[in-house]
Write a protein that binds this ligand. Structure first.
Ligand SMILES: [Zn+2]
Ligand SMILES: [Zn+2]
Length: 136
């Protein structure tokens, strides 16, 4: 017998992150605790512990000529995208692994894929900048 509902259990797909501070944030039902990542024209609600949010911000900062900023409150102009405004009420938000923690991006699918793309580009950029000398 194959359990048909196994895909619908989010905790079956996401192993807990090692960072206890991140876990505490993710387990909190208070989605108003979201921070906001501002990079270029994007305003993205994100959830994670302070350390890993800042790491996420720093990596995304590699993908812009400007700066990536993290706000711990709703930005003055609000969120322009209606999809992103409603996103925190949805429960389908994948965890983006960030070192030993993670960040949950509470954005609409379009903006989520944009910021995840930037994060991956930023990681690649950082790897090229900081790649250690190969001494083997
Ligand atoms: Zn963390
Ligand atoms: Zn959006």
């Amino acid at each position: 017998m194959v359990p048909r509902d196994v895909r619908q259990r989010p905790d079956a797909e996401q192993p807990p992150v090692p960072c206890a501070a991140c876990r505490a944030v993710f387990e909190s039902p208070d989605r108003d605790a979201a921070a906001f990542l501002l990079v270029d024209q994007l305003t993205i609600p994100v959830v994670g512990c302070a350390d890993h949010l800042d790491e996420f911000r720093a990596v995304c900062g590699h993908t812009t000529d400007g700066t990536a900023d993290l706000l711990d409150h709703r930005p003055a102009g609000g969120i322009a995208c209606p999809g992103c405004r409603l996103a925190p009420r949805s429960h389908e938000h994948p965890l983006i692994p960030v070192e030993r923690g993670g960040v949950v991006v509470l954005a609409c699918p379009t903006h989520r894929s944009q910021i995840v793309g930037r994060f991956q580009t930023g990681l690649e950029t950082r790897r090229q900048i900081t790649s250690p000398l190969d001494t083997s």
